[in-house]
Ligand binder design. Structure first.
Ligand SMILES: Nc1ncnc2c1ncn2[C@@H]1O[C@H](COP(=O)(O)OP(=O)(O)OP(=O)(O)O)[C@@H](O)[C@H]1O
Ligand SMILES: [Mg+2]
Length: 365
């Protein structure tokens, strides 16, 4: 999706992809195959770039610092990526900055985990400080037995745990903001996100949903991490208060709606910010938009074989990422623009049902 945004601007892009089967590698000729944690591969790749940016958090901190020492321009910087890669560092940074978030503790063994849950009270959320995504690496824990099992597993695998109070959720929100090297900002609207089983399923945008506090938090974080590029902040609304869940310093799933619904997509904006181009307008194009993620269905069918059916849904913007289908894996998304969320959601889910071969989940009915 970054390449799709770069193409009309005639930007020269090269991609480091772990495998020729990766989405970006399949659509772009300028690709080097190499693992993001292979220092030699990353260094060789960076040598041909004026600017290196990221669409994941998988390049190890040590490799990033070495690149910067060798005068490679990273955007975001190695220090920003260090924070983005680690939920513990995020929590500590926000705590120092007195930004609102759930109570938490960092734990390295069962004893520390027990002490932390004693303070926080069950239920708690245990999170792997590093390496989790789509709910993998996040566990809801409501008993001593569960705590022992999860903590033991983490200790065995050398995983540092961030243990958080489980806050009551009125709803979950997300917001994007871009910041360029000069400190200029472009702020996107706040959107509502709906998760099931720890995975984001649906994103709702409505024009005029104004939440100044969310904007303030996003801008504070962008400045705090000295961001160059795009930032997404996941937020909880809990008993009417906003709390930070986590951040990503790159284009993010919760901002996919911007491709069709906002004047400048998050992908184009990220490129503008990291390439010293003027930031673009974040003015909405529609009154409402809904994005629904396409997760691999239980029947094992490939959504790519069902595109024709989904395109029969009027106004459905279908994006498939070219990934191998696996039940529950995020394979794409569908966005529908309109005048009200309910109508957009209904049409987006109609298209997703046809792609996945399953009825929509209960919460979407
Ligand atoms: N402290 C908390 N209190 C209540 N619910 C929580 C808490 N932390 C996480 N959750 C729930 O679990 C979901 C996943 O958590 P989190 O965003 O940390 O995991 P993740 O695997 O990094 O997610 P993703 O990669 O999908 O963004 C959240 O969206 C929220 O629904
Ligand atoms: Mg999350």
């Amino acid at each position: 999706m970054l390449i799709e945004a770069a193409s009309p601007l005639d930007l020269e892009i090269a991609v480091l992809a772990a495998s020729p089967a990766d989405g970006a590698a399949r659509i772009w000729p300028q690709v080097q195959i190499g693992s993001p944690d292979d220092a030699e591969a990353v260094t060789r790749f960076a040598a041909r770039c004026d600017v290196v940016t990221f669409d994941h958090e998988l390049v190890p901190e040590g490799v990033l610092t070495r690149l910067e020492r060798d005068a490679v321009v990273l955007a975001p910087s190695a220090e920003t990526m260090r924070i983005a890669q680690n939920k513990q560092f995020q929590r500590e940074l926000f705590s120092t900055a007195r930004l609102p978030q759930p109570a938490f503790a960092t734990c390295r063994d069962l004893q520390e985990a027990r002490a932390a849950t004693f303070e926080l009270g069950f239920p708690v959320m245990i999170k792997a400080a590093q390496g989790g995504y789509d709910g993998r690496g996040v566990w809801q824990v409501d008993s001593e037995d569960q705590l022992a099992a999860i903590a033991q597993g983490c200790v065995e695998r050398g995983i540092t745990m961030v243990i958080e109070e489980q806050v009551p959720l009125d709803r979950e929100l997300a917001i994007q903001v871009a910041r360029d090297r000069a400190g200029n900002l472009a702020v996107y609207p706040v959107v509502e996100t709906i998760q099931a089983d720890g995975i984001c399923r649906q994103i709702n945008f409505a024009r005029g949903t104004n939440l100044p506090e969310a904007t303030e938090i996003a801008v504070r974080i962008a400045e705090l991490v000295d961001l160059t590029g795009l930032l997404a902040v996941e937020l909880f609304e809990s008993n009417g208060r906003l709390l930070i869940n986590e951040i990503a310093t790159r284009p993010h799933n919760t901002g996919h709606y911007t491709i069709e619904a906002i004047t400048t997509s998050q992908f184009e904006q990220h490129l503008r910010a990291v390439l010293k181009l003027p930031l673009g307008s974040t003015e909405p194009i529609a009154d409402a938009a809904v994005t629904v993620n396409v997760l691999g269905g239980a029947d094992g069918g490939d959504p790519a074989d069902r595109v024709a059916a989904a395109l029969s849904v009027s106004g459905a913007h279908v994006h498939l990422y070219g990934k191998t289908q696996r039940p529950g894996r995020k394979l794409g998304h569908v966005t529908v623009l309109g005048t009200a969320i309910a109508e957009c959601a209904d049409r987006a889910w109609s298209a997703v049902e046809l792609l996945v071969g399953e009825p929509r989940p209960e919460f979407a009915r």
